[in-house]
Design a protein around this ligand. Structure first.
Ligand SMILES: Nc1ncnc2c1ncn2[C@@H]1O[C@H](COP(=O)(O)OP(=O)(O)OP(=O)(O)O)[C@@H](O)[C@H]1O
Length: 273
């Protein structure tokens, strides 16, 4: 199943937020969207999810305009985890994940043991089965974020849209969540802030700058020192490991200051030896 944006433009508050955005996510691909704050990542994700309508251009789900499909039909194919997804309901962790089954349950197809099994599996996959009966409002930000992912997995979509999915997560859970998503047989579009995560997990990366796609391709082609300097305004050094994966090192003033100290320490240990 493919998802594509074709010359999409979107405006809000009197400003053009997205301008002439074109990209296609192929079946099974993990596409990363990176860009500075305010570059339009969240806006693009909601257009791709069919939550917003482009001012011009189109978003196609398997070649069909997403706006022409019913919400239930879209939800059976595509799940979105929003950046500030919240629930005001007084529900348990498990009930939050059960919401993922909404597109499948109805008068003619009542809740069944199969739905229970899918919810159990989703809770286990994000390491939250032990907190299934806890009230939502007692959970930490990271636990809630893992449940949002579990809810999306319980939706059994073919395409998963994730807007900054590692928000609130410690580094162990950031890696295990991206690993989990990567291992699913899913097409993934994820807005990511961590460029090393993008390099490690994405098949291709689109770079957004002021609402335009300024680069789109494999991580090693897109993540160059020059581009990161131009788009994000930071100096980096990039090394590629044997597998061709980029390792980005940020050259902050602090890193520059610390370099001679490290050298000094090495000299000192050499003298002590
Ligand atoms: N409904 C709206 N009305 C007015 N302006 C909006 C609206 N939605 C988004 N914007 C503006 O559009 C721009 C892009 O916002 P968006 O949230 O898509 O960026 P982002 O790349 O996801 O940012 P961040 O990295 O900070 O999450 C911002 O300047 C934002 O203020």
């Amino acid at each position: 199943m493919t998802l594509s944006a074709n010359s999409v433009a979107w405006a809000a508050g009197g400003s053009e937020i997205l301008k002439d955005v074109s990209l296609t996510v192929e079946t099974g691909e993990f596409l990363g969207i990176i860009g500075p704050n305010g570059s339009g990542k969240t806006s693009l994700m909601s257009l791709l999810a069919g939550l917003r309508t482009p001012k011009s251009g189109s978003v196609l789900l398997d070649g069909v305009p997403i706006g022409s499909l019913g919400r239930r039909a879209v939800a059976q194919r595509l799940a979105l985890v929003e950046q500030q997804a919240e629930t005001g309901e007084r529900i348990t962790a498990r009930q939050a994940v059960e919401l993922g089954r909404t597109p499948y349950v109805g008068t003619l197809s009542p809740w069944s043991p199969k739905d229970d099994r899918i919810v159990d599996g989703a809770l286990e996959s994000v390491d939250m089965a032990h907190l299934a009966e806890r009230s939502w409002h007692t959970l930490s930000g990271g636990e809630r974020q893992r449940l949002h992912i579990a809810r999306a997995l319980a939706q059994q979509p073919e395409i998963l849209l994730l807007d900054e999915p590692t928000n609130h997560l410690d580094i162990g859970h950031q890696i295990s969540l991206l690993d989990l998503v990567h291992q699913q047989d899913l097409t993934v579009v994820a807005a990511l802030h961590d460029l090393n995560h993008a390099a490690l997990f994405c098949d291709r990366i689109a770079v957004l700058e002021e609402g335009r796609v300024v680069a789109l391709g494999e991580p090693r082609a897109v993540l160059t020192e020059e581009r990161i300097r131009t788009v994000f305004g930071v100096d980096v050094e990039i090394e590629q490991d044997d597998g061709g994966i980029c390792n980005i090192r940020f050259l902050t003033r602090r890193a520059h200051r610390r370099a001679p100290v490290r050298q000094g320490r090495r000299n000192l240990s050499a003298m002590e030896a």
